[in-house]
Design a protein around this ligand. Structure first.
Ligand code: 6PG
Length: 243
């Protein structure tokens, strides 16, 4: 648990750098899926700053998105645009290694295309179609309603068992989201949660009974990887056990 949003972001950045170095050391690349929303933006900006930026071999980084809004990449609501402005415009990542979700396309077609790109990149099990490999790291946020990525309470992607990527119409906009099928195969998932407005839900997600349909953040249960919750004191205000 971190005292405030600033130290939370600093702690998250150091963790991302460490996991990136380990992945590159082990496999020669770092596959990182980014979250949208407002919480991680300063994290991306920090990773772009000289000191930390020099700690990552960006030529070995493959960037993906956990979800995207179905808008053009230049739209203010685009998660790609947010990452471009805070990180991609600064670091020497190879354009071919930026695996953008094409939010400007018809939603279902964009979801199918992104799933195909992921299947080609990670490989899929011939028997059940599940991912052969997982992301080195998936960064996730959590909404006040317990959603994560674009896995919102009651929507079909929450109970999906086969598809890796789905289009979902929620809050008056189409979104493309990774499903738990591919997120749960990740080697590492880090939730970054900040602010007192999340405290009640965070308590329910972490310490309440399992109710993944109304609280999709509970769906994230890694097959073999490490799940980490990085939270600040404000968000942790209702937790019984310090984390
Ligand atoms: C998005 C995110 C979404 C976000 C949560 C928390 O595209 O908006 O993927 O799942 O992580 O809504 O958002 P905040 O970090 O802004 O509270």
């Amino acid at each position: 648990m971190f005292p405030d949003h600033e130290t939370l972001i600093q702690g998250a950045a150091e963790k991302v750098v460490r996991l990136g170095a380990e992945a590159i050391e082990e496999n020669g690349m770092f596959t990182l899926a980014l979250s949208g929303g407002s919480t991680p933006r300063p994290l991306y900006a920090l990773l772009a700053k000289r000191t930390l930026a020099r700690s990552i071999d960006w030529s070995r980084v493959h960037l993906f998105w956990g979800d995207e809004r179905c808008v053009p990449p230049g739209d203010p609501r685009s998660n790609y645009r947010m990452v471009w402005e805070s990180l991609l415009d600064t670091v020497p990542i190879r354009p071919a290694n930026i695996h953008r979700i094409h939010g400007e396309e018809e939603p279902k077609r964009a979801a199918t295309a992104y799933e195909q790109e992921l299947r080609t990149f990670f490989g899929s099990n011939a028997a059940d179609g599940s991912p052969l490999m997982g992301f080195d790291l998936v960064l996730l946020g959590m909404g006040e309603d317990g959603h994560t990525a674009s896995l919102f309470p009651g929507l079909s992607a929450v109970t999906e068992q086969v598809r890796w990527v789905m289009a979902q119409f929620v809050e008056a906009i189409w979104r493309i989201t990774l499903t738990p099928v591919v997120i749960n195969k990740a080697k590492n998932v880090i939730f970054i949660v900040s602010g007192s407005e999340k405290a009640d839900r965070l308590h329910e997600v972490l310490e309440g009974p399992p109710q993944p349909k109304p609280m999709p953040a509970q769906l994230i249960r890694l097959v073999q990887g490490q799940l980490l919750w990085l939270v600040d004191e404000a968000a942790a205000g209702r937790l019984r056990r310090a984390r």
